[in-house]
Design a protein around this ligand. Structure first.
Ligand code: PMP
Length: 294
């Protein structure tokens, strides 16, 4: 898929315009200095899922990266709803991105303006691997809050994930598993990770991961269904001795893991099936926020 050839309209520089006409220059500041913030929002049957949570995170990300967003939460929400209508989007993905103009070629951004674009496209699942995915360890530790504002979904935080994903694919694994600098489990290149041991669900704390909206929904679903869930700092040995593993993200949804390094896992878990069913329910309702999962 060539993302330069999307069909339909894009919201760009304050207007809905044909996608083909939305261009940025080679000397764009964000391209050179890797400073943009973005979101990925799933759309199911024409309804965006967890739209408010994604847009809130977008505004927090912008603040952390010191990009001015000239749109309020509800303005952004209305633009997205209009874009879905204009593009007759059924099942797909919305990508808001905020980046700087080309008025500087140094880290001095005083003359730069922020530009908002919101694109959409029809998109199937990211992995969609029924038999589970495989993970291998990344050689880079995941960034953490003291080094970088990891809470922001920003282009700058993806560099080591992209390199590690390339290395993983070269070794014929689907994705990489990243640890934090103290060798606690962090996340994969673009998903949060969970594992199950003796019917208890575990996941990493948020100091070194993107706090995924899907992750938040899974935590709420577990509470709703009275499934025990623990968040904390866990070592690789905890993960390797678990019964089941899965990763979560807007595009991947709930994706089972069949192998980490040489360790193989069963992919048939009744708990994962419950989580998937509840998540599908959220999709069909198109709920605006994980806070309505009770
Ligand atoms: N971690 C990273 C690094 C990601 O890129 C993503 C995808 N946005 C996630 C976790 C999952 O986040 P979400 O559930 O909000 O899509």
């Amino acid at each position: 898929m060539d993302f330069e050839n999307l069909k339909g309209k894009i919201f760009y520089k304050n207007k809905f315009i044909p996608f083909k006409k939305a261009k940025i220059g080679v000397m764009n500041h964000s391209l050179h200095f890797s400073a943009s913030v973005f979101e990925g929002i799933g759309v199911y049957n024409g309804k965006p899922l967890f739209n408010l949570d994604h847009l809130k995170r977008f505004l927090v990300s912008a603040k952390l990266i010191k990009l001015n967003c000239n749109y309020s939460l509800y303005q952004l929400e209305n633009i997205i709803l209009k874009l879905i209508r204009l593009n007759k989007l059924k099942n797909g993905y919305i990508r808001p991105i905020l980046f700087r103009s080309s008025n500087s070629m140094s880290p001095d951004t005083t003359k730069c303006k922020s530009i908002l674009a919101i694109a959409s496209w029809e998109w199937p699942k990211l992995f969609n691997k029924k038999n589970g995915i495989s993970l291998t360890l990344s050689k880079y530790p995941r960034l953490e809050k003291k080094i970088y504002p990891i809470e922001a979904k920003s282009s700058g935080s993806y560099q080591t994930s992209v390199i590690s994903r390339i290395d993983a694919n070269k070794k014929k694994f689907d994705d990489c598993l990243m640890l934090d600098q103290f060798k606690n489990i962090a996340e994969t290149s673009a998903c949060n990770i969970f594992w199950i041991k003796n019917d208890v669900v575990f996941t990493s704390k948020t100091h070194s991961i993107l706090s995924g909206i899907t992750r938040q929904s899974i935590i709420r679903i577990c509470k709703k269904r009275r499934i025990k869930i623990k968040t904390g700092n866990f070592k690789l040995k905890n993960l390797l001795s678990s019964d089941y593993v899965f990763v979560t993200g807007t595009a991947a949804e709930i994706q089972v893991v069949r192998k980490i390094q040489k360790k193989k896992y069963s992919i048939n878990s009744s708990i994962i099936n419950i989580l998937k069913k509840e998540y599908d329910n959220c999709k069909s309702l198109g709920i605006r926020s994980v806070y309505s999962i009770k």
